[in-house]
Design a protein around this ligand. Sequence first.
Ligand code: ADP
Ligand code: MG
Length: 728
Amino acid sequence: MTLETPLSRVLGAKTAKAMAESLELHTVRDLLRHYPRRYARRGEMTRLDDLQVGDRVTVLAQVRRVTTRRMRNRPGSLTEVTVGDGAGEMQLVFFNRRHGNLREGAWGLFAGTVGEYRRAKQFAHPDFHLITGDDDEDWARALIPIYPATKDVSSWVVQKSVRLLLDASGGFGFVEDPLPEELRARHGLPSLPAALLDVHRPTSQDDVDRAAERLKWDEALTLQLVLAARRRAAALEPGTARPPRGGGLLDAVDAALPFELTEGQRAVGEELAAELSRDSPMHRLLQGEVGSGKTVVALRAMAQVVDAGGQAALLAPTEVLAAQHARSIAAMLGPLARAGELDGDPAGTRVVLLTGSLKAAARREARAAVADGSAGIVVGTHALLQEGVDFADLGLVVVDEQHRFGVEQRDALRAKGDRPPHVLVMTATPIPRTVAMTVYGDLETSVLRQLPSGRGGVASSVVPASDKPAWLDRAWERLREEVAAGRQAYVVCPRIGDDDTGSAETDAPDDADGAPEEAGGGDRRPPLAVLDVAEALHEGPLAGLRLAVLHGRMTPEAKEATMRAFAAREVDVLVATTVVEVGVDVPNATVMVVLDADRFGVSQLHQLRGRVARGRHQGLCLLVTELSLASATGQRLTAVASTSDGFELARVDLETRREGDVLGAAQSGRRSNVKLLSLLEDEELIAAARLEAAALLATDRGLADHPGLAAEVAALATDERATYLEKA
Ligand code: ADP
Ligand code: MG
């Protein structure tokens, strides 16, 4: 037997087929890596109150009572079995004597879907497996593994199958340990066979903990080796050095800045300047709080590249943002942005906007300027790179507000031209350290924590519209007060309205995270819509104010015109979808009312409120919800309102979204290489594995001396399951 042996050769054909089909377990390796989800003990029945209707669960309990009666309205009989342990009781319901040999006093595992009848939780005809002291050795150990299971493959079938492997192999003796022995010794980790034995058949919680630690190492190290290999490969790629050259565009930008750079902006600027001067391409992630001034940092890097004779592209997630960037960069550069034009400065360059909505002629002209190199700075949306636009000499790509600019896109970029450009990815959605080390493990990161001084900050609160309707009236009043004081406001809704069906806003950036599922509940009214709300406000609480709407179904020209009017203070209140989520920069806007705030994700709300934190005046963000503040979602909103520390919120976000969502769909699926590792809890382990991975790859021999590890890495790297690295 080896790890690659098909299960069909060691288990019965029927079992092997069921395992393959319902749990995607095909080989001995798959089965051994199918770890218990938890362990049941006598006297610790899963608290029934904790079970959700619809959950599929397995519980360990003892039969207390069995009563059978005829059904009143239809033929047949109904048997109610009450099971329990020290902690609680639960009803099992069987129709027509399907309860077999359940007798009072018997212990068993019961698996089924939690239902509810007359307000009591129950299992309708669950599967069960009685435990008899003699044939079940595990029973003596009193720590019974509960495996992820399905209707077709129950936990106890998995348990039996593992036992079969164990007995056949005399203690997993055939399993070779991929971890180098001295690494194991250094971190005090048990061997793989020992860990597998302990995780599948523990005698104590200590066994489980020790085994889990070791098995997490397997996951973390393999992942980090893949990432380290990527970093190494990237470092060996030939790039073009773009060192600073005095007296050019960069100096002009610095001279034109209407403010002092913050310390953070300066430090990151130096980091970037040095990296752009090297001839291996930069791959850097810049995380900066909303409003921390990332654009200027990017602009200065772009200017350096232009000074060195290259071109720089700035990619925004939406056309609205791209247009805004092009406008503000052109304004900052003045004549330097119009080289070749009558009033242009010949020492400057050209800034062109290249988006899908340009008219054909303008588009042709822009493309020509990009191709002949006269446009040093090109602003567009992420689509720019996919559309086969030709650059004369692309030196730097800046990707704005896109924390999910995956490995795949980065690879595509590298394939552009014979020398890959430098790449800077910017995001205001803070990424917890563990995520930065895993999903972004192949990027170097910089952080801008500090906001420019003189900012008013944002005060946020939750408005429980159902519990306290008067608060909502007060919210509109506050908005009117701000407008009366000369300021402007946003009202944000989850939906556009009219003929859409509550689906996502179409122009939302593609990295917008959805609110957790619970928020989308089936029988609730549809989310509020921009078009309806604008009308209602116009006739009601905001009558007399100048309102405009902004959403993804408008033409790019109309959006652009509306943004301009808002920026020019011709509009008091912008009623919008999340198109305003990222980057929109109107410092005079100070109030934001988010309706149905529970429909948005944590980082989305943080982004949104960043729109009213951009000027000298204090911003106000009101999160309106009809849900109770005591609900999980209500608490999430309260958390958003109570802190403006993006890193803290990233943690809340990570806690409320299941980790599977972060590491990608593959993780929540059954077949993933990351099963035990937790992004929330295993920060230290991940960091240690990252160091070990770098050390292992530091020599030219790479993994040549560690064939076991090399095999694990190869499996992960070529495995389609590894797509979670890209998708996440
Ligand atoms: P973000 O990091 O969210 O993209 P921006 O780059 O849009 O932030 O900057 C937000 C605002 O702060 C802009 O109006 C910008 O001009 C201004 N800003 C940037 N840096 C500074 C600074 N050092 N001092 C004062 N204002 C600044
Ligand atoms: Mg920005």
